[in-house]
Write a protein that binds this ligand. Structure first.
Ligand code: NAD
Length: 299
């Protein structure tokens, strides 16, 4: 078993580091939050005093941080300069493609192998070790990262060169955001047309409106398999995080010269929803926007 540095022990990283420790790895864990360090210790990791100390002597260096600026800073200040030459650098945070490519280029210039490996699956999947990893990097970097990612997930897929993991993640979440909004609109309109939600689901879920947003994560309470809607939209994937991912997708689209009208509108709707104070609710709670005429200004 290997020595692993794990930096960023928040909602996602906490469970992921715990699963690496459970798999027998020697996990040196660091976070700016003392509470997060205490939780990591209870989960079998060794808390250390700095990111540099975690990185020292590690075979794999995993980061699970909020955004690109945190990743760039931790890499510049603690990873480069302390990582052993044979270490594999694995960034699992959801960040912009440009920063992902830049840190990989910087790593390469220092003779280090690196991958971007963002995840699909929320906090429950992080705790259960059932995340899906989409990985960008060279074949050799992918093979070095694979065993560590397999200890934290159910699927580890090589998406292409550096940045490809982040590119898949944002295209996936652009589609997810738009299909969730369309599903919410459909259910809200069905209700206003006097249809029973369960009856509409029974038909639409077997017709061409079927999607993951409808049949795995239905935004209407009591309809379809259990979902955050059944828990008053608590837990799950926060609307604020969907907004973050849509903003990343819009930035990437602008740089690539892509036309993304649905993504743009989805970003705007999630922005309005978050600005109205609902950012902590699950992203399927955006159905409230369409159920309540006053929020949307339409009827
Ligand atoms: P979080 O805010 O709970 O955790 C981030 C952690 O990073 C915090 O504990 C914070 O103290 C720590 N941190 C920040 N700067 C640091 C630094 N310089 N050094 C050490 N630690 C530092 O966030 P999260 O929900 O765990 O998400 C992490 C990443 O995973 C994000 O990029 C997010 O978009 C992505 N993601 C989250 C989910 C989800 O459902 N929460 C799902 C998929 C992907």
């Amino acid at each position: 078993m290997a020595r692993v540095a794990f930096i960023g022990l928040g909602n996602m990283g906490g469970g992921m580091a715990a699963n690496l420790a459970k798999a027998g790895h020697d996990v040196r864990a660091f976070d700016l939050s003392p509470e997060a360090l205490d939780r990591a210790k209870a989960a079998g990791c060794l808390p250390v005093a700095s990111a540099a100390e975690a990185v020292d002597g590690a075979e794999a260096i995993i980061t699970m941080l909020p955004a690109g600026k945190h990743v760039a800073q931790v890499y510049a200040e603690a990873v480069f300069g302390n990582a052993p030459p044979a270490a594999i650098l694995i960034d699992c945070s959801t960040i912009d493609v440009t920063t992902a490519r830049q840190v990989a280029t910087d790593a390469q210039a220092k003779g280090l192998e690196a991958v971007d490996a963002p995840v699909s699956g929320g906090i429950a999947a992080a705790n259960a070790g059932t995340l899906t990893f989409m990985v960008g990097g060279s074949q050799s970097a992918f093979e070095l990262a694979q065993p560590f990612l397999e200890a934290m997930g159910k699927a580890v897929i090589h998406a292409g060169a550096s940045g490809a993991g982040q590119a898949v993640k944002m295209c996936n979440n652009l589609i997810l955001g738009a299909t969730m909004i369309a599903t919410c609109e459909g259910f809200a309109l069905a209700e206003k047309l006097g249809l029973d939600a369960q009856t509409f689901y029974d038909i639409a879920s077997k017709a061409t409106a079927q999607s993951w947003s409808m049949t795995s994560y239905c935004p209407v309470p009591g309809v379809g398999p259990e979902s955050p809607a059944d828990r008053d939209y608590q837990g799950g994937f926060a609307a604020a995080l969907m907004l973050k991912d849509l903003r990343l997708a819009m930035d990437a689209a602008e740089q690539a010269g892509a036309t993304v009208p649905m993504g743009t509108r989805s970003r705007d709707l999630y922005e309005a929803f978050a600005d109205a104070g609902h950012g902590n609710l699950d992203f399927s709670a955006i159905i409230k926007t369409f159920q309540s005429a006053s929020v949307q200004g339409t009827s």
